[in-house]
Design a protein around this ligand. Structure first.
Ligand code: PBG
Length: 331
């Protein structure tokens, strides 16, 4: 028994709802959420993603409706991912810097209709554009080359910034990419385009449904372990984050989310930089599978997980549950 019992009864402050609310240490709001959205060619097209129940790919006209929904719900930003038509994928990923690619057309349409009412985060990595599904360019042996890939990532970043991206989010895990992209953005006059770097991105088994959604899964040769972090490592994640901050990242991301809460907390304790978490596709799909199997109701399961990110120290969360959670939070 604790020496100061019964003077200290931790249950006292939990005894009524008003008191629990008063003593709550962390809060969630729609302003904490970034909604990842998948884009496809066509008009009036909605394609459900089989491995992500409740998530669809949208043609640009319908994407605009989702953006209107996000704004109405108070969600500050969306993240865009393309499902590039197969004939536009190539070994060298040239479509990534085509000014008329799907993402650029979506960006211009969003800007035209909504101005600055929403932030748009654009992933930088070559996987939606490569015939082999890797985030970078391959050498003859099939190794993902670092320095040659940097040039491609810079071209992709400048292309997206020119089309109206607010935030460039390099998810490729090449060394030196943040510095290269920052320098190029400055030189091109995009001084206020932010970099949210996927600094601590793990070689995870939780990305499967996302790869279905962008159509890179079946193409992927091998795995991404020569560039994404080993799930066994945390010191190395801190080195990644330190490096990206030094290179000019405005904010950093930890990905996946729930299995890496320790990394989020370590990053918050060590660095004065906004840390975001990506609750990735496999995490979403597991909750949906659990709900379908009768493990529990969706609402409390989702909200507990999202709150865990805030408690761990996140500035915000990328989540496919963004509209679901925002609706609940708005009452
Ligand atoms: C691409 C990228 C991936 C995700 C975001 N950007 C997949 C990967 O690295 O293979 C995963 C997101 C998710 O699973 O929801 N570089």
């Amino acid at each position: 028994m604790s020496a100061n019992f019964p003077a200290t009864r931790l249950r006292r402050t939990r005894s009524a709802d008003w008191s629990r609310r008063l003593h709550r240490e962390n809060t969630l709001s729609p302003a904490d959420l970034i909604w990842p959205l998948f884009v496809i060619e066509g008009e009036g097209a909605e394609q459900p993603v089989a491995s992500l129940p409740g998530v669809s790919r949208w043609s640009i006209d319908l994407l605009l409706e989702r953006v209107a929904e996000a704004i109405a719900l108070g969600i500050p930003a969306i993240a865009l991912f393309p499902n590039t038509p197969p004939d536009r994928r190539s070994d060298e990923a040239e479509e990534a810097w085509n000014p008329d690619n799907l993402i650029c057309r979506a960006l211009r349409a969003i800007r035209e209709r909504f101005g600055d009412d929403i932030g748009v985060v654009c992933d930088v990595a070559l996987d939606p554009y490569t015939s082999h599904g890797h985030d970078g360019l391959l050498d003859e042996s099939g190794y993902v080359t670092n320095d040659a890939t940097l040039d491609a990532l810079v071209k992709q970043s400048l292309n997206q910034a020119a089309a109206g991206a607010d935030v460039i989010a390099p998810s490729d895990m090449m060394d030196g990419r943040v510095a290269a992209i920052r320098q190029a953005l400055e030189d091109a006059g995009h001084t206020n385009v932010q970099i949210m770097s996927y600094a601590a991105k793990y070689a995870s088994a939780f990305y499967g449904p996302f790869r279905d959604a962008v159509g890179s899964g079946d193409r992927l040769r091998g795995d991404k372990r020569t560039y994404q972090l080993d799930p066994a490592n945390s010191d190395e994640a801190m080195r990644e984050i330190a490096m990206d901050i030094a290179e000019g990242a405005d904010s950093v991301m930890v990905k996946p989310g729930l299995a890496y809460l320790d990394i989020i907390r370590m990053a918050r304790d060590r660095f004065d930089v906004p840390v975001f978490a990506y609750q990735v596709s496999g995490e979403y799909a597991l909750v949906e599978a659990g709900v379908a199997a009768g493990v529990g109701a969706r609402e409390p399961l989702v909200m507990e997980k999202l709150m865990a990110f805030k408690r761990a120290g996140c500035a915000g969360i990328l989540t496919y549950y963004a509209p679901f959670a925002a609706r609940l939070l708005n009452g």
